[in-house]
Design a binder for this molecule. Sequence first.
Ligand code: ADA
Length: 577
Amino acid sequence: MIRLFDTHEIRPTKELEGLWEFEPVDHVGEIPAKMSYRLPVPGCWESHREFGTYQGIGLYRRKVRIERRTHLRLEFKGVSHTADVYFDGKKVAHHYNAYTAFEAVIVDAEPGEHEIRLYADNSFSEQSALHVENDYYTYGGPIRPVVLEEIPDIHIERVAFFPEFKQGIWHGRWQATVRNLAAEAHEVELLLGLDGLNTLTEKVRIDGESSVTIERTEAYAAVAVWSAEEPNLYTLRAQLQQSEHIFDDWIDRVGFRSVDTEGGELRVNGKAVLLKGVNRHEDHAIAGAAFSFPDLVRDIQLIQDLGCNSVRTSHYPNDERFLDLCDETGIFVWEENHARGLTEQQMRNANFRMQSETVTREMVEQHGNHPAIIIWAILNECASDTPYGRSVYESELALIRRLDYTRPRSFATHHRNRDICLDLADIISFNLYPLWYTDEDPGELMRQARGWADELGGAGKPMLISEFGADAYYGFRSRERVKGSEERQCDILAANLEAYLAADSPLSGVYIWQFSDCRVTEATGWLLARGCTRNSKGLVDGYRRPKLAYDTVRSFFQAQTIEEQSVEKQYPLPAKA
Ligand code: ADA
């Protein structure tokens, strides 16, 4: 499955799902004497018993057949973590970062059989500034779908839609990019429509071998608004036609909703929201980072069952199919670029700024139409306590603002009152672990954090606790409730939630660390604190088996008032019938 809807009805499109030949290789471009394996795509090689810890380059290969001379567009939704693509022996794409899509356009492919070679590299090196040894795992391979399209000379490259509510009526600002692969200029008609609502038509002239972006704003008199309670979606249909003949199309889904931080509140459609969320890694004990659609559906159903109304995509842009599920279920999304805990030295890696700004741009341009995304964020726990770090936060937050002025921006910091970038954010977010990493009282720490925010440039801005939690090894039960037991995780989460969700809390929301246990890099310095080479702060384990704390959290998130949230110290309240 590519998306939860057909992305094209006119443009021939097919997903290249299946078993591809596979062989580990020593360098990109190498053609091994034999391809000894066949691995599933999408997939990660760690799911194969021989490659569970393989860090290096893997070659995937398959043939495709086309019946007529045409231009081809190959789209890779996510290859971990560096991809090099060859088509009939010619290099057609290179991409760094596992978590954003990239394409290869092949002009004038002849009818017949063609070879695709994909080299995926998940090794760490000075070349990789974002995928580094870390408290999550960098899997290897095409972890998300691969798509093959047949495109005409003139085709739609992308369409962005920004909903705006102004002068008492909904408007949509369109940005549509059309590309011309032919040498000569052409004039076509571009139709931009939302099913059931008006369609606007534009005559577009495109010079040879170039592209053009059309910007238009259209008013929409009567729309069904997107909200958590009623996540109404509209099918966006862009089409190209010449002499009444429609020859290309591009389909997405959008929603009419507004997000702002007026009066220090996080508001959706003008109404204050309290985010009750979880942090979620794309990590599964069996599937690794290559989630099947049923895997994604199970996660969103568990997140809903917990009573969450939000998910933070810690710490990278997520799979579009998961974001589609959030759009359909009304789960708010904090989506962030790819970074976790990078020091100033790591942020001074020669490739860092280019790689980090690229993934930031790709995140906003590729995922901007998802109404569920209400916050863009960057650089989790990076060097926002240093002047150099500030220069990076400043440029990346400004880049997001240029690409999309409709959503508030944030970043999660653990620098407390040493952070020097809070003035740059629209929403202040702290990662704090009282009762796990420190013995601080959650309520006192929360009020202290509000003070830091007010003093350091966050006055009048909404504040979130973007991470808090505790490790619990699945199945480890302890009458003494020692650290690492499921019981202690219940106690720590309950104490935090009682403070953060109290009626007098200054917070606009919380994100529990974390939804599910996740694999970490073995060589990480803190390995001794990561038993089983896992971060075990999940409410469910890697197989999605709920721990005791699952019901503790559920009793808080499902409850409407603090009175209902009192939790028996011994065991969580029985799950509501
Ligand atoms: C940090 C980090 C998370 C995770 C967490 C932990 O806040 O943002 O990715 O590593 O700590 O479990 O300690």
